[in-house]
Structure formats: structure tokens, C-alpha cells
Design a protein. Structure first.
Ligand code: ASP
Length: 323
């Protein structure tokens, strides 16, 4: 009944200069980990800033984690940089086929600073990874003793140790006095069927376009010639300037275009406003309702779906799970 720990780098492993801590160094620095009574089997995969992680790397980690589960591991912990953690966690959630917890964590303060948060986060993550209460919840992010569902978690602060939050739903659990307390059990959603192969992933280009004040839409020109999908981060409930509405409508006739909100929380609407460039106008022009999904996770999902060969109906259905 071991825990499989995969390390990918990030602030949690920064030991000053170009020195990087290994998984063994990380676990050695955690008081209380041995007392958990679960051996931690470490695999050091990468030592990179999380800005350098790729979808292909994360799918390889999922494969290695699956193998660890087949070999008897109770749960998985991944340590990585925090910058892309909300995206990697969501990606894992889409493809993780097991009931066993898959927990991702990191740190905001590196080990050379006063009050590094890595050891506490790693200990809490290990507790969640081996907790029966955390089974069947998919991928989880554990940070500052809070347990977040991958589909809702956001990095909401650039430096605070309380950087992770789930603005739409709150954390689904907490680690209290070393006990894992699950407060809400969201149903697992259908993940992405099939496995995206590296060549397909490489060939699947999905753009993210954030709409801004007085937007000229210039970057959208010719986009369907170079990309297979587009996520639009619209104003508020999913609005764009009127001049962009026909441009997006024309793109939606050629590639899937998903409508999300750039606000950071809340859902896009469907039928409240009707002016040109409003949410209902854009949906009528063929854009896909991204619901509560933030633009970054929407891009991960659309790329995975396209890379596995899913068509428009399946893509629309996958996003409908987030309404
Ligand atoms: N820039 C770092 C990274 O994402 C930040 C961190 O780990 O917290 O790799």
C-alpha cells in the first residue's frame, strides 16, 4: 500500500541557483511522512519550470501512474510548478481511469525561503493520496490543507501561499489535524475517450483568444487555416464587440469555437442578452457554450477532444458537462 510520487520540478524543488531537489530530497524534508506508514515510491520525471510542461509529458506521467496503480500503489502524488497546475490537473482528470486518488501539489515559497510551504503541501497531498475518502474524485489539487476538484481549481494569486482556490464551488475538502475530510463529492464526469497520440497532439493547434476593449480582431484573421479549434475568452457572460461576431461566426463554420468568460469565475450565459456580439447571438452563430469552464481548461479539453478525433457533437456534449 504505497504512494507513488512523481516529481516534475517547480518552486517546490528549487534549492538555490540551478540546484534542484529530487523526490527523495523532498520526502526527506517532510516531518510526519514516515509516520503515515506508507512507503513513498519516487520517480523523478523532470526538473523544469511548469511553463515548460507539455500535454504529452503529462500523458506520459498518467501512463506511469497507471502502471504504479497496477503494481499496488494506493494513490498518486505529483509535485510540479504552480503556474500550470490548474491546467495539468484538469488534463489528468480527463484521462485518469482509476478510482485511486491522483493528487497534484507544489509550493509558492521555495525551500531556501523562510516558511517554505512545500513540505506541508506534500504531506497533505500524501494523506489525501492514501485516503479511502478521496477515492472516486478524479484528479485533486491539494494546497494549504485544502482539497480542490481539478475541474474548478484556479491559481488566483501570483505569490500568496493561499494561491489556489475554487471560485465557483469552494474546496471540496480539507485536511484537518491530519485527517482527510471530504465536504462535497462531485460526480465524476465522462473523460475524454481514447488516448491522444503524440503526433496527433502535435498536429492539433487550438488557439485561445482573449477579447479586449476596442478589440480589432486582427489576430483572428486566417486562424482557421492554421488551427483546428479556438477558445474565446469573452467579456463577462460571454460577449464580444459587434464587429467580431461575424468573424467568430465564420470561424465556427470551419472549426469548433468555444465561448468562455474572461472574468475568472461564473458561467457564460445562454439567453439573457440578444445584441450582436452577445452570448445568445454568438451561440446562434455556432459557438459552443463553455459553461463554467475557464478559458485555460477549455483549451485543454478542446485540444484533447480534437486530438482523439472527436466530432462537433461529441465536443459540444463534452462541454455540456460543464454547464
Ligand atoms: N514558476 C514556477 C513554476 O510554475 C512557480 C511555482 O512553481 O510555483 O514552475
Amino acid at each position: 500500500m504505497s504512494i507513488a510520487l512523481f516529481t516534475l520540478g517547480g518552486t517546490i524543488a528549487m534549492a538555490g541557483g540551478s540546484n534542484r531537489l529530487t523526490g527523495a530530497d523532498l520526502t526527506d524534508a517532510v516531518p510526519g511522512l514516515v509516520e503515515l506508514g506508507r512507503p513513498v515510491e519516487v520517480q523523478d520525471i523532470a526538473a523544469v519550470p511548469s511553463s515548460n510542461l507539455t500535454v504529452a509529458t503529462m500523458l506520459d506521467v498518467v501512463d506511469a501512474a497507471s502502471k504504479a496503480i497496477s503494481n499496488g500503489a494506493t494513490g498518486i502524488v505529483v509535485t510540479q510548478g504552480t503556474d500550470t497546475l490548474e491546467e495539468t490537473a484538469f488534463l489528468v482528470d480527463q484521462v485518469w481511469p482509476h478510482s485511486n486518488p491522483f493528487v497534484l501539489t507544489g509550493a509558492m515559497r521555495n525551500p531556501t525561503l523562510a516558511g517554505p510551504d512545500g513540505p506541508a503541501n506534500l504531506l497533505a497531498a500524501a494523506r489525501v493520496a492514501c485516503s479511502p475518502a478521496a477515492r472516486d474524485l478524479g484528479a485533486l489539487v491539494v494546497f494549504s490543507d485544502q482539497i480542490h476538484a481539478a475541474r474548478w481549481v484556479r491559481k488566483t494569486h501570483s505569490t500568496s501561499t493561499a494561491a489556489f482556490a475554487s471560485p465557483n464551488a469552494g474546496p471540496i475538502g480539507q485536511v484537518v489535524e491530519g485527517q482527510v475530510r471530504i465536504l462535497a463529492r462531485p460526480d465524476r464526469q465522462d473523460g475524454v475517450p481514447g488516448r491522444a497520440e503524440p503526433a496527433e497532439l502535435e498536429a492539433t493547434k487550438v488557439a485561445l483568444y482573449t477579447v479586449t476593449l476596442d478589440d480589432d480582431g486582427l489576430l483572428l484573421e486566417g486562424l482557421a487555416d492554421t488551427h483546428q479549434g479556438l477558445v474565446v475568452a469573452g467579456f463577462g457572460v460571454g460577449h464580444v464587440p459587434a464587429a467580431l461576431a461575424p468573424v467568430l461566426g465564420a470561424l465556427a463554420e470551419r472549426i469548433p469555437v468555444v465561448l468562455t468568460s474572461r472574468t475568472g469565475s461564473g458561467s457564460v450565459l445562454r439567453s439573457t442578452y440578444s445584441s450582436v456580439g452577445s452570448e445568445s447571438d454568438l451561440l446562434q452563430r455556432g459557438l459552443i457554450d463553455g459553461g463554467f469552464l475557464d478559458p485555460y481548461k477549455a483549451r485543454v479539453l478542446l485540444r484533447l477532444l480534437l486530438a482523439t478525433g472527436e466530432g462537433l457533437d461529441e465536443i459540444t456534449g463534452a462541454f455540456a458537462q460543464h454547464h
